[in-house]
Write a protein that binds this ligand. Structure first.
Ligand SMILES: [Zn+2]
Length: 460
C-alpha cells in the first residue's frame, strides 16, 4: 500500500519561488492543451506516450518554453487526471447498463468494452458515455511533476536538506531548502502555495515505522458536529469532549472581555483626568497580550488534539472516509462577526478539514468529499424532509425517529457514488432531486399484501 508524504520548503527565497511559479504556469498551459484536445472522446483510446509522440511530430512542444522532461511528465499527469474523470463517468454508465439489460452475457460484453476503452465503437455505450461524461477542463496551474531520476537531495554542513529540481533551462537546477530530515523519493509533485513549496511523494506503507497505525477496511461517512467532533455512519461518536471545551472557552472569553472593557474604560477616564501614570499602569499590567495569547494557544492545542484523536479513531476502522468538504466557504451567509460561539465553531471546522486530510494521507485511507446539502435534514431511508427537534430527526413518512447526526452521517456515506448529486450540484437542484426521489419512494410504498413492492421500496 502506498501513502502520500508531504515535505515543505523552509525559507525559500522569493526569486526561486517566482522561477518555480513561472514554470508551473507554463506547465499549466501544457495541461490545458491536453484537456482541450484529449479531454473527451478524442483522447479515450490514446496513451500519454502517443500524445507525446504526436506533439513531438507536430512541433507543439516548442511553444511551451519548458524542458522536455517537464512537459512530458505533465502530459502523463494530465492524461491520468482525464482517465480519472472518465472513470467517474463509467461508474454511472455501469449503473445504466444494469438498468438497460438483464441479460448477463450482454452485460458482461458491455462492461468489458467499457473497461477496455472500446466504448466508442458501440453505439449504446458511446451514447451513454456522452451523456454521463461531462467535459472537464484543467484548473491546475501551480504544480510541477518531477520524475524520480530528475531530482536529487543533498545535506549542507549544518545538516539541512536541499532538494534540487530542474528549472526552466538545462543544467540550471533550483535548490529548495527543506524542513525535514527525510529526503523525498520517487516521482515528486511540487505544489506551489503562498510562497511555500509542498513536495508530495509516495512511499510504501511497509517502509513506514511500525508505530504507524494502518487504517481500517470499511467505508465510513462522517458528520461534523459541535458537541462532538465527528459522528460516523455506524453511530460512533468521536471527540466527545469538543463541545465542553468550546463552551468553556467561549464563557471564559466573554467574561474576560467584559473585564478588559471595564479596565479599559477606567484607564481612559484616568487619562482624561490627566492621570497618565495610572492609565499606563493599567495598560501594562492588566491589558497586556502575553498571557492572553498564551492561553489562546493552549486552548487551540487542546481542541486540535481532541479533533485529531477523533479523526484517528474514524480512520482506525475506515479505508475510505466520506465527508463534507469543510474547506468550502459559504457565501451569501452573514459574516460570523462578533458571535464567539460561531467564530469558534468556524475555526474548528477548518481544523477538522485539516485533520481529515492529513490523517487520511498519513495513514493511507482515502478521503472522499461529497455534496452535503440537505444531509442533515432528510431521512436516510426514504429521502423525505424530516422534522428536526434538538438532536432528533423525525421522519413522518417512515414514522421513525433518528439520531440526527447519525442520520446525517449515513446520508453523507450514501452521497458517495450518487449518480445525480455530485460535489458541485447546486443546493437548489439537490432539493429538487431529493423531492423527486421521496415522491417516487412514497408512490412505491407497499400495499399490505405485496411483498415484491416492499423489496423495491427497501432497495430505493
Ligand atoms: Zn423516512
Amino acid at each position: 500500500m502506498k501513502v502520500t508524504r508531504i515535505a515543505y520548503s523552509y525559507r525559500l527565497n522569493p526569486g526561486k519561488y517566482a522561477r518555480l511559479e513561472e514554470q508551473a504556469r507554463r506547465l499549466g498551459r501544457v495541461r490545458c492543451g491536453v484537456w482541450q484536445r484529449y479531454g473527451s472522446v478524442a483522447g479515450a483510446a490514446l496513451s500519454d506516450r502517443q500524445v507525446r509522440d504526436r506533439w513531438l511530430a507536430e512541433g507543439t512542444h516548442h511553444t511551451f518554453g519548458v524542458l522536455a522532461n517537464a512537459w512530458k511528465e505533465t502530459v502523463r499527469d494530465a492524461m491520468a487526471d482525464i482517465a480519472a474523470n472518465r472513470a467517474a463517468a463509467k461508474v454511472r454508465v455501469r449503473r445504466a447498463i444494469g438498468r438497460h439489460t438483464s441479460d448477463p452475457a450482454e452485460q458482461k460484453r458491455l462492461f468489458t468494452e467499457l473497461r477496455a476503452e472500446r466504448w466508442t465503437a458501440d453505439p449504446y455505450l458511446a451514447r451513454q458515455m456522452r451523456r454521463h461524461w461531462r467535459r472537464g477542463r484543467n484548473r491546475i496551474r501551480n504544480q510541477i511533476v518531477v520524475r524520480a531520476d530528475q531530482h536529487n537531495t543533498r545535506a549542507d554542513a549544518r545538516g539541512r536538506l536541499w532538494l534540487a529540481v530542474p528549472g526552466l533551462q538545462q543544467r540550471a537546477m533550483v535548490r529548495i531548502p527543506l524542513n525535514t530530515t527525510v529526503a523525498p523519493s520517487g516521482t515528486l509533485r511540487l505544489i506551489l502555495r503562498g510562497g511555500r513549496v509542498e513536495i508530495h511523494y509516495q512511499i510504501d506503507a511497509a517502509a513506514m515505522p511500525t508505530s504507524q497505525r494502518p487504517c481500517g477496511a470499511g467505508a465510513v461517512g462522517v458528520d461534523k458536529g459541535y458537541t462532538e467532533a465527528l459522528t460516523d455512519s455506524d453511530g460512533g461518536r468521536h471527540g466527545t469532549g469538543l463541545g465542553a471545551l468550546l463552551t468553556a472557552e467561549s464563557d471564559r472569553l466573554k467574561e474576560r472581555n467584559r473585564r478588559r472593557a471595564r479596565l479599559r474604560s477606567i484607564a481612559n477616564s484616568a487619562a482624561q483626568r490627566g492621570d497618565r501614570a495610572k492609565a499606563d499602569r493599567i495598560g501594562r499590567n492588566n491589558l497586556g497580550t502575553v498571557k492572553r495569547d498564551r492561553q489562546a494557544a493552549r486552548h487551540r492545542a487542546r481542541v486540535r488534539t481532541e479533533i485529531f484523536t477523533a479523526v484517528h479513531a474514524v480512520v482506525d476502522k475506515a479505508s475510505k472516509v466520506i465527508a463534507e468538504d469543510l474547506t468550502k466557504t459559504f457565501t451569501g451567509r452573514k459574516p460570523l462577526g462578533r458571535n464567539l460561539n460561531r467564530r469558534l465553531a468556524g475555526w474548528t471546522k477548518g481544523v477538522t478539514a485539516e485533520a481529515l486530510k492529513n490523517v487520511s494521507e498519513r495513514r493511507g485511507s482515502a478521503l472522499v468529499h461529497v455534496n452535503a446539502a440537505y444531509t442533515s435534514q432528510v431521512c436516510h431511508r426514504c429521502g423525505s424532509l424530516g422534522r428536526r427537534s434538538g438532536d432528533r430527526l423525525h421522519c413522518t413518512v417512515c414514522g421513525v425517529v433518528w439520531q440526527a447526526d447519525v442520520n446525517a452521517a449515513i446520508n453523507v456515506l450514501q452521497r458517495q457514488g450518487d449518480p445525480d448529486i455530485t460535489l458541485h450540484t447546486p443546493h437548489r437542484v439537490v432539493k429538487q432531486i431529493m423531492q423527486t426521489r421521496a415522491d417516487r419512494h412514497r408512490s412505491r410504498l407497499p400495499l399490505p399484501d405485496s411483498s415484491l413492492s416492499i423489496q423495491q421500496a427497501e432497495s430505493e
